[in-house]
Design a protein around this ligand. Structure first.
Ligand code: MLT
Ligand code: MN
Ligand code: ZN
Length: 316
């Protein structure tokens, strides 16, 4: 399975348009080593020909252009490069479907930017689908432009994905109440956020994509068990990072995200896991791990944790 990190920042990107925090400031004026980042999303493929997007970020247009394998006409520089005869039509792209982890704007606004397509296959739980129809109304708007085929994601169920992959979503419980609560949304929040475990059916190698997680509870740990690579939510270094900066009145946990440092933080919990690659993604612009010379970055390296950057490619 091929994996390409299209974007590695949390909502707002890095730098964020309205933010003058020290971390945003450093990348704008080049005073510290840091790379700007688009909003989080990855592309996966069993063969470098058919691709699946995990979430559709508001930066999807630039992300597609930044990766030749996703452009119309196929992948001239990828393995198995020549496009198929039936792929040669001028508006056919190798993107087969979009899998959604939740209905947050930074993970779904990009769907609207794909409206010129002939149609879109969207995999989402019933809870996320409700939110997109009756909460943000994003799917209703999209359907006015192109047919949308919804594939219902049922956590725990193995589902074939294209020719050579399969996925199993797992529920990621959260206490965060969505801003766009749909009228008929379910009360207990089940399926509001899921992680995806993607498996290459030939090799058995598995990737877990978990861009939102509030707590690494036992069911979430079961979702990760035995995977070769984990791409996981790394929003803030400290739980009260946004409060300290005066950017928000809420902690990371209150916003539905597990901070990296501190007691019970993700670093403490992920360090002992035997997973080959443990990589932070969905990184907020205030997080000092974005600065390559930051002491926090050294701490991660010492614990075997990595920081995703746009364009990172993995083979699993
Ligand atoms: C989140 O990760 O909590 C959301 O993306 C926040 C937002 O987009 O406002
Ligand atoms: Mn987000
Ligand atoms: Zn900032």
């Amino acid at each position: 399975m091929w994996v390409r990190v299209l974007g590695s920042a949390a909502g707002g990107g890095y730098p964020q348009w309205n933010c003058a925090c020290p971390v945003c400031h450093a990348v704008r004026d080049n005073s510290r080593p840091a790379r700007s980042r688009t909003q989080s999303s990855i592309a996966v493929s069993p063969d470098h020909r058919q691709w699946f997007l995990l979430n559709a970020s508001p930066d999807v247009h630039a992300q597609i252009e930044s990766f030749s394998a996703l452009r119309p006409g196929g992948a001239p520089d990828g393995p198995g490069s020549a496009p198929d005869a039936d792929d040669s039509e001028s508006r056919t792209v190798p993107i087969r479907a979009v899998l959604l982890s939740d209905a947050e704007l930074d993970h779904t606004l990009g769907l609207l930017l794909l409206r010129e397509g002939r149609g879109l296959e969207v995999h989402a739980t019933a809870a996320a689908h409700d939110m997109l129809c009756d909460g943000t109304s994003l799917l209703r708007t999209l359907e006015a432009y192109c047919p949308v085929s919804w594939v219902r994601v049922v956590p725990g169920r193995d589902t074939p994905l294209g020719d050579g992959l399969s996925y199993r979503a797992f529920d990621v419980p959260t206490t965060k109440r969505p801003r766009f609560e749909s009228a008929n949304g379910n009360g207990n929040g089940e399926g509001r956020v899921v992680g995806y475990r993607l498996t290459d059916v030939r090799t058995g190698g598995a990737l877990v994509y978990l861009p939102v997680v509030q707590e690494l509870s036992a069911p979430v740990h079961r979702g990760l068990a035995g995977c070769a690579c984990l791409l996981i939510d790394g929003p803030c270094w400290q739980d009260d990072e946004l409060i300290r900066l005066g950017a928000s009145g809420k902690t990371a946990r209150e916003m539905g995200h597990l901070p990296i440092s501190g007691p019970g933080g993700s670093l403490e919990q992920l360090s002992p896991l035997p997973t080959d690659r443990k990589i932070y993604i969905h990184i907020n612009n205030t997080n000092p791990i974005l600065l390559e010379d930051a002491p926090e970055r050294r701490v991660l390296e010492q614990h075997g944790l990595e920081v995703a950057v746009d364009g990172l490619e993995l083979q699993i």
